[in-house]
Design a protein around this ligand. Structure first.
Ligand SMILES: CCc1cc(O)ccc1-c1ccc2c(C(=O)Nc3ccc(C)nc3)n[nH]c2c1
Length: 298
């Protein structure tokens, strides 16, 4: 079977645990080898335990699987299938394994050798992935460096943990975000004030992701830290959204990262237009990225 025709049902007995990929912002994920031939030639996959205790969740769950399995794009982490645990009500989500893990850990590790060109290549790939999601009428709502995975030194992919977002653990519901990360610092003003999400709010988040990337995903310079510095870090969380909305209304924006090419910061600023209709589309952003790539080529 070609990779594309790979059956969607994985038999538990052939799913061999290799190691834990750590508790990223997507909950606990394991590296497994799916080895039906039993000769260690099977493919490596990333596997996540999903519990869906109530019947209602099952409907949500099936719908999410329908969506995730319908996304076929080189710049979106591929859904591989589902492994039904014999007897137990739980099941496991099987996704494509990306050998370099999260963009945040990658940038921390390689920031001294990664070039502006390479960062613009990653930017272009994420933009293409978002163009595809928009074409599929899919709003991501949580575009951030923590949700980008690295396949190789020249390829990154968008992971949408939508599935892991909606499936609660058998006891409590948990938000799929980096421990301590509050997504409000990636939210467009209309998302903060009216909880409205659209392709245009994804563009706003894309600008914040660009800021993370060109700040080498450094924790000291991350959007949450910089925003809290501006609005005062000591306010309780309920007021944080209001304060953040107000400073954005008064045209405060994240400052240009050190060494950031002017054209790239200008792109971020266009993504952060207060009125959503003034923001560029992902295809316009693609042209701006190409033009920045040209500058880096000369
Ligand atoms: C199955 C959970 C999931 C659910 C979803 O909806 C979307 C994506 C994923 C997912 C999450 C993590 C990974 C990983 C990885 O973490 N890889 C790595 C490689 C190397 C190191 C050190 N750490 C880590 N690879 N593919 C992955 C897919």
């Amino acid at each position: 079977l070609s990779k594309q025709q790979q059956q969607e049902v994985y038999e538990e007995r052939h799913l061999k645990f290799i190691s834990s990929l750590g508790k990223g912002n997507f909950g606990r994920v394991d590296l497994c080898r799916y080895d039906p031939l039993g000769d260690n030639t099977g493919e490596m996959v990333a596997v996540k335990q999903l519990q869906s205790s109530k019947q209602s969740n099952m409907a949500d769950f099936q719908r999410e699987i329908q969506t995730i399995s319908s996304l076929h794009c080189d710049y979106i982490v591929k859904y591989r299938g589902i492994c039904y645990s014999a007897g137990r009500l739980s099941m496991r989500l099987v996704m494509e394994f990306l050998p370099f893990g999260s963009l945040i850990s990658y940038m921390e590790k390689y920031k001294h050798i990664i070039t502006t060109r390479r960062m613009l290549l990653f930017t272009s790939q994420i933009c293409k992935g978002m163009e595809y999601l928009q074409h599929m009428r899919y709003v991501h709502r949580d575009l951030a460096a923590r949700n980008i995975l690295v396949s190789s030194d020249t390829l990154v992919k968008i992971a949408d943990f939508g599935l892991t977002k909606i499936v609660p653990l058998d006891k409590e519901y948990y938000r799929v975000t980096q421990s301590g990360e509050s997504p409000i610092f990636w939210y467009a003003p209309e998302s903060l004030s009216e909880y409205k999400f659209s392709h245009k709010s994804d563009v706003w988040s894309f600008g914040v992701l660009l800021h993370e990337l060109f700040s080498y995903c450094e924790l000291s310079r991350n959007p949450k830290r910089l925003s809290l510095h501006r609005i005062g870090g000591d306010i309780q969380s309920a007021m944080m959204t209001v304060h953040l909305f107000n400073v954005l209304k008064e045209n405060w924006r994240l400052p240009a990262p050190a060494l950031c090419p002017p054209k790239v910061y200008s792109m971020m600023m266009q993504c952060w237009a207060f009125n959503s209709e003034d923001r560029p589309t992902f295809s316009i952003l693609q042209d701006l990225i190409e033009s920045s790539l040209q500058d880096e080529r000369e």
